[in-house]
Design a protein around this ligand. Structure first.
Ligand code: SAM
Ligand code: SF4
Length: 330
């Protein structure tokens, strides 16, 4: 699949549910309305759709959410999709999780062929963790991370940089990741969805500032490692681990974008930062053959936009896109 800007699309992210057992302050408001269950594709339909993408050239698949591990019977989907690893059609099957259910599922995930897992953890301070996630339990997540490590999964920690909240903690996170053998990626907050009282301007911390500050204490060697996403990577010389910075706000890397995002209702978003989307559920259900859905995917890729238009400043203190991050899973 090649889009109008000559970018090869080889990476699909699937949000398998919009529901979550946390209510992180930058992702959701406290009283969220979730999709009615009837709107949501079955696991078999998600398997069929994802498999159609794999047949069309997707090599890397990430399940996300909401919280992917709260969807009932999700291990079935991982195991079903794992068959494409066995045939070699798929190179990587992975997930992004808040870690709350990892203690239960780490072994099953490993068995399904998952090798790496991204765990979102913004702080090592239990009280701050509670304040950020509202409903999360720090100890549960730490046990989940430990279980993933014990199961032989490679762990990468994702932390959203939040002004006045975890900006004093990056040294500690870098040090801890170094000790544990984890890579770490810092993420700039993106203006997605209404956050209730919280203002994006108050949350937003440009990573250019963080990078400059970290450079005073850590030796950050620029790395040419790329994943086709909006991240820049460094190697922290003192720990030997990778430090990524996802900077959609201060620097965007849309020109090398290789991904599209599917929601649990079968809606395909060609860009995280744009409203345009394509419905794949109707063509999926229209026929037993995959021909209609493949045609719809091709038509969607043909209108993948050049890039996002995220803005965060005082004059634009409203979401750049109306949906919350849990719809597409980041
Ligand atoms: N529940 C899982 C988790 O938290 O890892 C997967 C879904 S979550 C939406 C995926 C990632 O998006 C997490 O790392 C989260 O921190 C990040 N995220 C959520 N809202 C965001 C926002 N407004 N700006 C930047 N990152 C955000
Ligand atoms: Fe849930 Fe992940 Fe959003 Fe937090 S970031 S509310 S864990 S979906």
């Amino acid at each position: 699949m090649i889009d109008p800007f000559d970018r090869t699309i080889s990476y699909l992210r699937v949000s398998v549910t919009d529901r979550c057992d946390f209510r992180c302050v930058y992702c959701m408001s406290e009283d969220m309305n979730f999709l009615p269950k009837a709107e949501i594709l079955t696991l078999e339909e998600l398997d069929r759709l994802a498999s159609a993408f794999i047949g069309m050239g997707v090599k890397k698949l990430r399940l996300t959410g909401g919280e992917p591990l709260v969807r009932r019977n999700i291990v079935w989907l991982f195991k079903a999709l794992g068959r494409h690893l066995t045939t070699g059609a798929l190179e990587e099957l992975t997930l992004t999780t808040n870690g709350s259910q990892l203690a239960r599922f780490a072994g099953d995930l490993k068995e399904a062929g998952v090798k790496r897992v991204n765990v979102s953890l913004d702080t090592l301070d239990a009280a701050k963790f509670k304040a950020i996630t509202r409903w999360g339990r720090f100890e549960q997540v730490m046990s989940g991370i430990e279980a993933a490590k014990q199961a032989g999964l490679q762990v990468k920690i994702n932390a959203v940089a939040l002004k006045g909240v975890n900006d004093g903690e990056f040294d500690r996170l870098i040090g801890w990741c170094g000790e544990e053998g984890f890579d770490l990626t810092l993420i700039e907050v993106m203006p997605m969805g209404d956050m209730g009282a919280a203002s994006r301007v108050d949350q937003y911390l440009p990573l250019s500032l963080v990078r400059a500050d970290l450079g005073k204490r850590w030796t950050l060697d620029e790395s040419d490692y790329r994943t086709g996403g909006p991240a820049r990577y460094y190697t922290v010389r003192e720990t030997g681990r990778r430090l990524g910075m996802i900077t959609p706000m201060t620097h965007n890397f849309c020109e090398s974008c290789n991904r599209v995002r599917l929601t649990c209702t079968g809606t395909l978003f060609m860009c995280l930062g744009q409203e345009d989307a394509a419905d794949l559920r109707a063509p999926l259900r229209a026929a037993e053959s995959d021909a209609p859905v493949e045609a719809a995917i091709r038509a969607a890729i043909a209108r993948k936009p050049k890039g996002h238009d995220f803005v965060i400043d005082r004059r634009h203190d409203r979401p750049s896109v109306s949906r919350h991050m849990n719809v597409t899973g980041g």
